[in-house]
Design a binder for this molecule. Structure first.
Ligand SMILES: NC(=O)c1ccc[n+]([C@@H]2O[C@H](COP(=O)([O-])OP(=O)(O)OC[C@H]3O[C@@H](n4cnc5c(N)ncnc54)[C@H](OP(=O)(O)O)[C@@H]3O)[C@@H](O)[C@H]2O)c1
Length: 276
């Protein structure tokens, strides 16, 4: 009998993580799912997932997650899906360094810290899969998203480098690059913009007001928005295929953006993006 495969999935309270963690469980994986609020942890536990508290901004919680999972599995782990993140919206000139740093703690440094704790375990067993939920905004930037763009661009660079460095092993690193996906990302972003951006005194006040209205209604309204199942399909390929891809670009808008980036001179691409 083949042994049940094990995976850590982060950010499972809502959206993509909540869906993927449960879908993996249904598909026979043993899933260690992270969240932050007690009610979210209880809901995961109730659905048969092994829930752990973890906040990427808190190194101690990352260490406790890694140690707790490895204790339960007897020191092995087949896969890691870094997913938990948030979007700090706001024009670059309105961002404090502190808000930018916090965005990187949650979306970048914490991911690195957790991944570094897992790679030796995978090396010892000779195989593993690391999947990073990046974003189309990690490849093609968008106005008012400087902090988030930067965190995902940094993630792209680190992950592709890691993939090359692990090329001689059977440990594979993949990036998922979603465009608009149904989740709570826009609603959750509200708190960060309200807390960290001085909207009243910004030259961009009118843009923020329009943006806040849009975020309160659930974010990007696009007929091309997909459900989290689209991400799950890519994740499954990255986890189970003999040849996992480096990049999984999802949704039509994301595919158009990457094609334009490939085809257009940079100046023209940026002029187009300025209008978005
Ligand atoms: N939805 C999209 O359109 C889209 C597009 C491109 C990429 N993505 C990426 O998809 C991933 C999942 O996002 P989502 O769309 O599913 O959004 P979501 O519904 O807001 O879920 C985000 C998850 O990340 C967790 N999280 C936030 N800050 C965290 C931190 N400091 N430490 C640990 N976990 C944290 C949240 O937990 P709490 O509930 O406790 O805050 C939540 O479980 C993210 O990496 C995001 O960048 C999403």
């Amino acid at each position: 009998m083949s042994q049940q495969k094990t995976i850590v999935v982060t950010g499972c309270s809502s959206g993509i993580g909540a869906h993927c963690a449960r879908a993996l469980k249904q598909d026979g994986w043993r899933v260690f799912a992270t969240a932050r609020r007690p009610d979210d942890l209880e809901a995961l536990q109730a659905d048969g997932l092994e829930a752990f508290y973890m906040d990427y901004r808190e190194p101690d919680s990352i260490a406790a997650l890694a140690e707790g999972v490895l204790e339960r599995t007897g020191g092995s782990l087949d896969a890691l899906y870094n997913n938990g993140a948030y979007s700090q919206a706001g024009a670059v000139e309105d961002l404090s360094t502190e808000a930018l740093r916090e965005q990187f703690e949650a979306n970048f440094f914490g991911w690195h810290e957790l991944t570094r704790r897992i790679i030796p375990v995978m090396r010892a067993r000779g195989h593993g899969r690391i999947v990073q939920c990046s974003s189309i905004l990690g490849l093609v930037p968008m106005r008012w998203r400087g902090a988030y763009n930067a965190s995902k661009f940094a993630l792209e660079a680190l992950s592709v480098t890691m993939r090359m460095e692990l090329a001689e092993t059977d440990i594979h690193v993949s990036l998922i690059e979603p465009g608009p996906i149904e989740s709570k990302i826009a609603v959750n972003a509200l708190h960060h913009i309200e807390r960290n951006i001085d909207i009243e005194n910004s030259v961009h006040r009118k843009d923020y007001e329009r943006e806040l209205r849009r975020m309160r209604q659930g974010g990007v309204r696009s007929k091309h928005k997909l459900g989290p199942e689209a991400v799950y399909e890519a994740l499954k390929h990255a986890l189970e295929s003999k040849k996992p891809k480096t990049h999984y670009v999802l949704t039509r808008p994301a595919k158009i953006a990457t094609t334009l980036k490939r085809l257009l001179p940079a100046e023209l691409l940026y002029r187009l993006l300025e209008k978005r």
